[in-house]
Design a protein around this ligand. Structure first.
Ligand code: CA
Length: 234
């Protein structure tokens, strides 16, 4: 059955545009394309796509400009395509509201998994109003009202700061949260020692959560970028 999702792909390299378009069409997505920031803005405004796949290196402006344009009016998920190997681009894109990034060259399986995940998250958060103040993911349960965390029914004793970090990641489940986004949400400011403080807290959280060999963990360390609550945890 055809799904109804509209995906806008903004990319100026013809072979990548064709590749991504073919993948999405094979997955029965409706594909719209643009080759520059300005045509991307127009396409976004007139079609209100459910998802945007955005190249950063565009001929007229940086893709970040289009991302900022989209975020003024919309929470539609944006997956950034980055040819740049450096972490700073990914961090900049995430801090400007991108949901995820894929580094070129990428495999079709990886790309489609990111697309499905971004759309799933968008749905989850739009359905979230009026729920019972709980978050569940496989064996993990977070009760936001009592600020308690359980794994497979056993309570995990977290410090206030550790709880705040876990709750924050869960509220953005599936999305990579950059170090600076987490730090400013938890401590309200960023200083020289903040990243170290975050890493220490995170190491404690991961220890308390435990690692089960062969199973995906609940929190993934995105090296050099930040952390993600893993919605594929099992
Ligand atoms: Ca490009």
């Amino acid at each position: 059955m055809a799904n109804k999702y509209k995906v806008l792909v903004v990319e100026d390299e013809r072979n990548i545009l064709d590749f991504v378009t073919a993948l999405l069409e094979a997955g029965e997505y409706q594909v719209l394309t643009a080759g520059s920031c300005s045509s991307g803005e127009m396409m976004f405004s007139s079609h209100q796509p459910d998802l945007v796949v955005l190249d950063l290196g565009l001929p007229d402006k940086d893709g970040i400009a289009l991302l900022q344009f989209i975020r003024k009016s919309s929470t539609a998920p944006v997956i950034v395509l980055s040819a740049r190997a450096g972490e700073s681009d990914k961090v900049e894109a995430l801090d400007n509201g991108a949901n995820d990034y894929v580094t070129k060259p990428f495999s079709s399986a990886e790309f489609m998994a990111r697309v499905r995940s971004a759309l799933r998250n968008a749905r989850r958060f739009s359905n979230q109003s009026g729920t019972d103040g709980k978050f569940t993911l496989a064996g993990l349960t977070i009760n936001y009202d009592s600020r308690r965390v359980f794994i497979d029914g056993s309570e995990i004793k977290l410090t206030q700061t550790e709880y705040n970090i876990v709750a924050l990641l869960s509220q953005h489940c599936g999305k990579v949260m950059t170090y600076s986004a987490i730090i400013s949400a938890i401590w309200g400011f960023s200083d020289y020692g903040s990243k170290k403080k975050l890493q220490v807290n995170m190491a404690n959280i991961r220890k308390k959560f435990g690692v089960i060999p062969g199973k995906e963990s609940y929190i993934i360390n995105e090296l050099g970028v930040g952390y993600r609550m893993n919605e594929d945890a099992e």
